[in-house]
Design a protein around this ligand. Structure first.
Ligand SMILES: Cc1cc2nc3c(=O)[nH]c(=O)nc-3n(C[C@H](O)[C@H](O)[C@H](O)COP(=O)(O)O)c2cc1C
Ligand SMILES: O=C(O)C(=O)c1ccccc1
Length: 386
């Protein structure tokens, strides 16, 4: 069993020989450094959100009104953070949320491969977005022995949807995450004020330009006419899904299917009734709809409604403490989003791995101090509204 907290000792002992970590271990310093290092267009796209970003800010700040109560005299010398999730045995309860611009978070444009390598190194699964800068086959191969998941932005063309899903399955993805909240882009002032939308500039479309159905529809080599490929992408991007589409989605794959973007308990219940394998509670990090309540505040009701169906969670996770709180509130696994992008921007695969290791170390040590050696103990202890 990995002892994630040991990362702390590694950092202290390195300090004895005068070596401090290349990247900070806390989110605030990490974000500030990444903001300086990233090109303006990537920085604004990654850091920005919808409207005045009230929901985005609330996602992170809402964790402060949930607190844990420590227990003493419990044997916590070893902690077990492993989980079984939809047939996957995972060493820890965190995963890398799908981020459509990981590809351009590193200078060389191969940020998806770097994220996959961080996944291989840490055992933290990577959910590869439909939007990648390298084809999914190469990205999933770089995940090594760590299971990968594929996130689908369902295109309007059903043959293209089927092709993307079957490629993901062949490339070894272990589950399909269908994102429901982004068939249209939310109103994002930072990007609008600079007229910047990376996809329109030809970025992160590799899963489309490498796809046989997309290439047939284009009728020429995308490399010869990037503009035409971009315009075809625009015309195909976002199918408006409804409940009636779930049987069709189910028919595309034998992989477990999760629905991402579920925040209302009634939607969770209906998804479970429809035979969905997992719920992914998220408000897309406040990038899609402003004016919403913090995602973490919606988690308990969604968990309750989902019953035995696992609920993944993301939006606002900034630390190991946030991870443990989300687990205590019933999440089966917790997604890291923007923080690993900043790690990628500052240090490539090693930078992203450092961010994940820091989060896991903090979570592990918190469980140790709180007298909670297992995730069952965390969940049983729960949280108190402050
Ligand atoms: C720059 C960026 C791009 C994203 N792209 C995708 C995507 O392609 N697919 C998807 O399902 N979610 C996408 N998301 C949403 C994330 O999966 C996740 O829900 C969000 O980052 C959580 O918020 P947080 O990073 O503030 O914790 C993106 C988020 C960011 C910040
Ligand atoms: O930027 C995003 O959050 C995102 O997921 C996305 C992807 C494609 C089109 C619009 C938004």
């Amino acid at each position: 069993m990995p002892h994630y907290g040991d990362y702390q000792n590694a950092l202290y002992f390195a300090g004895l020989s005068g070596k401090t970590p290349d990247l900070p271990v806390d989110f605030a310093t990490l974000e500030a450094r990444a903001a300086k290092a990233m090109p303006d267009s990537v920085r604004d796209y990654v850091m920005g959100g919808c409207g005045d970003e009230a929901t985005q800010d609330a996602n992170a700040s809402a964790f402060a009104h949930w607190g844990m109560v420590p227990r003493m005299l419990v044997d916590c010398a070893t902690r077990d953070l492993s989980i079984d999730l939809l047939g996957m045995k995972l060493p820890s309860p965190i995963f890398m949320a799908p981020i459509g611009v990981t590809g351009i978070c590193t200078e060389d444009g191969h940020g998806d491969i770097a994220a996959a390598r961080a996944s291989a190194e840490t055992g933290v699964p990577f959910i590869g977005s439909t939007l990648m800068n390298d084809p999914m086959e190469a990205v999933f191969a770089a995940c090594g022995d760590t299971p990968a998941l594929y996130q689908l932005y369902t295109p309007k063309n059903e043959d293209l949807a089927a092709s993307l899903v079957s490629r993901a399955e062949k490339a070894g993805a272990k589950a399909l995450v269908v994102t429901l909240d982004t068939w249209v882009t939310g109103w994002r002032p930072r990007d609008l004020n600079s007229g910047n939308f990376p996809q329109l500039r030809g970025h992160v479309l590799a899963n489309y330009t490498s796809d046989p159905v997309f290439r047939d529809l284009l009728g020429k080599d995308p490399a010869e006419d990037v503009q035409a490929a971009v315009m075809l992408w625009v015309s195909l991007f976002g199918k408006v899904l409804t409940w009636d589409d779930l049987p069709w989605l189910r028919g595309l794959t034998s992989l477990p299917i999760l629905l991402k973007g579920i925040c209302h308990p009634d939607d969770a219940r209906r998804a479970v009734d429809a035979g969905i394998d997992g719920i992914y509670c998220s408000n897309h990090g406040g990038r899609q709809a402003n004016g919403g309540i913090a995602a973490i505040d919606m988690l308990p009701d969604v968990v309750k409604a989902a019953g035995d169906t696992p609920v993944l969670f993301d939006s606002g996770i900034r630390s190991g403490t946030d991870v443990v709180k989300a687990l205590a509130m019933g999440a089966a696994a917790v997604g890291i989003g923007r923080p690993y992008c900043y790690g990628l921007a500052l240090g490539g695969a090693a930078g992203a791995a450092h961010v994940l290791k820091s989060i896991l170390a903090e979570a592990d040590l918190l469980m140790a101090v709180n007298g909670m050696p297992t995730l069952d103990a965390v969940r049983e202890a729960g949280v108190t509204r402050i």
